[in-house]
Design a protein around this ligand. Sequence first.
Ligand code: ZN
Length: 355
Amino acid sequence: MTLHEEFNFEELPAGTKQTYRMTVNFPEAPDLVDLVTMISGDRSQRESVQSEIDSVFQEGTLSVPVLAVCGSRPGKTLVTTAGIHGDEYEGMEAIHRTFEALDPSSMSGTFVAVPVVTLPAYWMACRVNPLDGRNMARVFPGSTDGCASERLAARLLDRVMRHASLYIDLHSAGRGSHWVTMCGFCDHGSQAETARSAARCFGAPVIWEHPHDPEATGRTLNATCDLEIPSIYTEAFGGGHARAEDIDCYTRGLANLLRFLEIAELPAAGLPEPYEPVEVRGMGNTDRGLNASTSGLAWLLIKPGDRIRAGQKIGYLRDLEGRIIEEILSPQDAFVIGVRATPRVFAGDNLAILS
Ligand SMILES: [Zn+2]
């Protein structure tokens, strides 16, 4: 990766489209080469893995790419992030396509995007940050003298996220599960009204509204909502790859938000005709979803978007000898937001997200 100038929002020159870097202090250079090589599956790749990691960890810092398009005229700022979890690719491509399509000379305002936040997790094609085993979506607002994930979160919030007129965090189900393609927001605080309008404007097939949950902390949206920045997020089918329709939905969604903020008009903008999203309301705390009570092989009989009844059999767990050790029953009438994709479960692993 080429090393670029440090990103500084206050000094972005008008009428420019440029790639920057956001540096984070990592005096203890991590030794990830063997782990990443093992995941990529071939010892012969060790040298290319080493060179990619070395290009990003230099002189005690990690350099994360930041893409910025600063319009010729002043206006609002759309900030977006992807790759908070390393195995969620839809937002990365949607950001790259949007950056490619934008022309600063016809813009009023600014687009700032971090396409791959948690680089070490991206290299490992996994959800959590392998530098410290932490989930980046549970460490915000972070801390400048905390663990690796907390330092990355604090830097991202300070250098990038806090400058948003509107913030959108592009997630998806990642490697381990499948979700409906949706846009979510929190219905509390001064940001709620704009966030609701923005979520609708994004144009996803499902909109999920969350009431305040004091136990759901550490998300990017907790930090931006605390700063009263209207904030939304997305999820998609995932599964460790990215469906073309989800990349299209995210790309169209970003174009719709740029129009919503009167920053830019892109050809990708527009809503599906007719646009009649499924609207659901619920806590959305995936840490308290339907979890496996024991370890084994889990087979789910439902798919994202299903409507299910309380007591309905929605799956079963087998042990390694083939015995059925648990019938999984729905605890409630629900709309199925997400379903586990990886059959191997340990006790406590999430099996499904129900609204
Ligand atoms: Zn995620």
